[in-house]
Each structure stands twice: as structure tokens, then as C-alpha cells.
Write a protein that binds this ligand. Structure first.
Ligand code: PMP
Length: 362
């Protein structure tokens, strides 16, 4: 496989990592992407088709079946939903529709990196607002965020937050929405609920009270369908209309939309997956702690582990990589520079991680 042409913008492929560490691609285990270790049971039947429209034709540009299924699952009306090729495309649609060049967006730090990426793609400015310390559960600095609201067009919130794994206080999110709503030109407040199925809480029910609120969801986490690239957003119709104006007509394949529709109509698997991964997360956190790797409390399918300073975290990551284990690192400028983020995987895979951690501290 050609790995030489890969640019460094995104996570390297299994093949590129294997080549670098003299391993086989099959030996690489991704603990850096927060995906599910088990495939969705919706897949075999959904992949068998038949597809409507058939695959020699373009997809339905309005993705009516997928939109209906997402609306029913989320408890909103179909015209309160926008679909995208992953939650990432919905984030991109927000940047396209709400962040003209020269505008600004609040990004609480640390958080999911793509808010900053898509904001800068549009030549908009990031207004970073530091989250509180680990001792304060990485909570939102509400007064600082409210102070910054008048200068921005978008507020990016992630709840529960990736990469800290903690939920924001409902009152904090509400206070920010209320303050934004009082401004002459209320900014759009995005609440990315990619890990909603793990937290079992949502602000989607607030969309009438706060017409400047957009909730984002994904099929990539609890639904175990990261490879099909489907996500969606739910909001007051006025927000959806603006996003629909910049949405490309065919970014989700017919196959992907068919699989996502089937999965959303049978969400029991996502719930069971969450249950299994929650048990596994607590087990893994305990086992890691027994080996001196302490994580902050997480309600998601990943753990944030405090290693030491940035050099120590990088050295630990390098040692894991030599065993084919890929953790998520944070650059030296990130407040989490001394941490690794580790996805909760299956028991045998987690055991491989633990063996590698033991080897490293031996
Ligand atoms: N939002 C958050 C908070 C995420 O962690 C991720 C994936 N890591 C995404 C969005 C992107 O999801 P998708 O795969 O649907 O593009």
C-alpha cells in the first residue's frame, strides 16, 4: 500500500504507522479514534440491499428516509433535521453558513479539534476560552464565555466534551444560551452531542425556547458505524434552513444512508453497546490505575490519562506505538500536553494495551 503520499493533516493510517514501526498493519490497534470495537449488527442485512434508488442512480438529495429516521430517533420533526457525511460535515456546514470570513467563534479549550479546523478554513477567527482545571471537572468558564459572546457568530460546545470525557453542567449550557439569546444578533450555539448515547442527556428539547441552538449527533460512536460517515443536526427550522442552503446534494452515499436509517430504526444495539463499553471503561480505568496510569472521570468511551509533562506523554505514546498501540497525544501547546486519550476497546484489545503499559513501566 502506498503510504508515502499521506499529508500530515489527519491521523496517519494503520499502514503508515505499521511502516514506521516495522509492524504489520493487522497488528495496529487504534486507541486514538473513539470508535466502537464491535461492528453494528445492522450491517449484514442493510448491506444486502435492495437500495432505493438503485446504486446506478444518485442518492435522494433530501435523504428523506434517513432524515425521518434521525428525527424519530431524536424526537424532533423531519424539517428540524439536517444530515451530513458524519458529524464533521455538519460542523463544516455550520462554518459555511454562519462563519463568513472575518467573523469569530468561541472555542472552549480543550475540546474537539475540528471546530477550530473548520472555523479557520472559512477565514474566521477562533476566540479561545480556557475550560476550568481538571479539579473543577474541566467545566465551562461561563463568565468568560458570556463576556466573549458579543464578538462571535458561533459558540462551539461539546457535551460530553471530547477529549476530557466529562459532561458540562446543564445550568452552564443554559446560562450561555440565555445570554446569547439576549444579544441583538444572537450567535448560533452548537452543542455537539456525538457522545449523547453515553451521557443519556440532551439539550435537543430546548430548540423552541432557544432558536439559536443546534444539536449535533453521529452514527460513529455508540452506533458503531464510523466508516459509513453519517451524522446529523437538530435545531429550530430557521437554523436548519440556513444549513440546508450550503449542504451538498449527495455527500452521503445511498449505501451509507440506507445503513444509518436501519440502525436508527433499531437503536437497541447502540444502547447495549453503551452498556458494555461503560462496564469495560470502569474495568480499564481500574486496571490502568493499578499500573500507575490515572484517568480523569469519564462518561464516554474513552479515558483521559495523566502521564506527566509533555515529554513523558510523548515518550509513553512512542513506547505504545512500538507495540502497535495507537493512543491520542496532544501537542505541546495544548493544556492536555501531559495526557494521553485512550479509547475503550474490547477486553482482549484492552488487555493488549495493559500488557504494553506494563512493559513500559518495567
Ligand atoms: N464530534 C465529536 C465530539 C467527536 O468526537 C467526533 C469524532 N471523533 C465527531 C464530532 C466526528 O464524528 P463523525 O465521525 O460523525 O464525523
Amino acid at each position: 500500500m502506498n503510504t508515502r503520499s499521506q499529508v500530515t493533516t489527519w491521523e496517519p493510517s494503520d499502514a503508515a504507522i505499521a511502516e514506521r514501526y516495522g509492524l504489520r498493519a493487522e497488528e495496529i490497534l487504534r486507541f486514538d479514534l473513539n470508535t466502537s470495537p464491535w461492528p453494528s449488527p445492522a450491517l449484514p442485512e442493510a448491506l444486502a440491499g435492495p437500495f432505493d434508488p438503485p446504486l446506478n442512480e444518485y442518492p435522494d438529495s433530501y435523504y428523506a428516509d434517513l432524515t425521518d429516521a434521525a428525527a424519530a430517533y431524536t424526537g424532533v420533526e423531519p424539517d428540524e433535521v439536517v444530515v451530513g457525511a458524519g458529524a464533521d460535515e455538519v460542523i463544516d456546514l455550520v462554518a459555511k453558513a454562519f462563519l463568513p470570513a472575518g467573523s469569530a467563534a468561541i472555542v472552549p479549550i480543550p475540546t474537539y479539534s475540528m471546530y477550530g479546523v473548520f472555523t479557520t478554513h472559512r477565514a474566521a477567527r477562533i476566540v479561545p476560552v480556557a475550560r476550568l482545571s481538571a479539579e473543577h471537572g474541566f467545566g465551562l468558564d461561563v463568565p468568560a464565555m458570556i463576556a466573549a459572546l458579543p464578538e462571535v457568530s458561533v459558540v462551539w460546545l461539546c457535551n460530553p466534551n471530547n477529549p476530557t470525557g466529562a459532561a458540562d453542567a446543564t445550568d452552564d449550557v443554559r446560562a450561555i444560551l440565555a445570554a446569547a439569546g439576549e444579544l441583538p444578533k444572537p450567535p448560533l450555539v452548537v452543542v455537539d452531542e456525538a457522545y449523547h448515547e453515553f451521557s443519556r442527556t440532551s439539550v435537543v428539547g430546548w430548540r423552541q425556547e432557544f432558536p439559536n441552538l443546534l444539536t449535533i449527533r453521529t452514527m460513529s460512536k455508540a452506533f458503531a458505524l464510523a466508516g459509513i460517515r453519517v451524522g446529523y443536526g437538530a435545531a429550530h427550522r430557521s437554523v436548519i434552513e440556513k444549513l440546508e442552503r450550503v449542504r451538498p446534494p449527495g455527500s452521503i452515499s445511498t449505501v451509507s444512508s440506507h445503513i444509518a436509517t436501519a440502525a436508527l430504526r433499531s437503536p437497541d444495539y447502540a444502547a447495549a453497546n453503551v452498556e458494555a463499553l461503560t462496564i469495560e471503561r470502569e474495568w480499564l480505568a481500574t486496571e490502568l490505575a493499578a499500573r500507575g496510569w490515572h484517568s480523569t472521570p469519564s462518561i464516554c468511551n474513552f479515558l483521559l490519562v495523566r502521564i506527566g509533562d509533555n515529554a513523558a506523554a510523548e515518550a509513553a505514546a512512542e513506547a505504545l506505538l512500538r507495540s502497535g498501540i495507537v493512543p491520542r497525544t496532544f501537542g505541546p501547546a495544548n493544556p492536555l500536553r501531559g495526557h494521553l486519550r485512550i479509547t475503550v476497546r474490547s477486553r482482549p484489545e484492552n488487555e493488549r494495551l495493559l500488557t504494553a503499559v506494563e512493559r513500559l513501566s518495567a
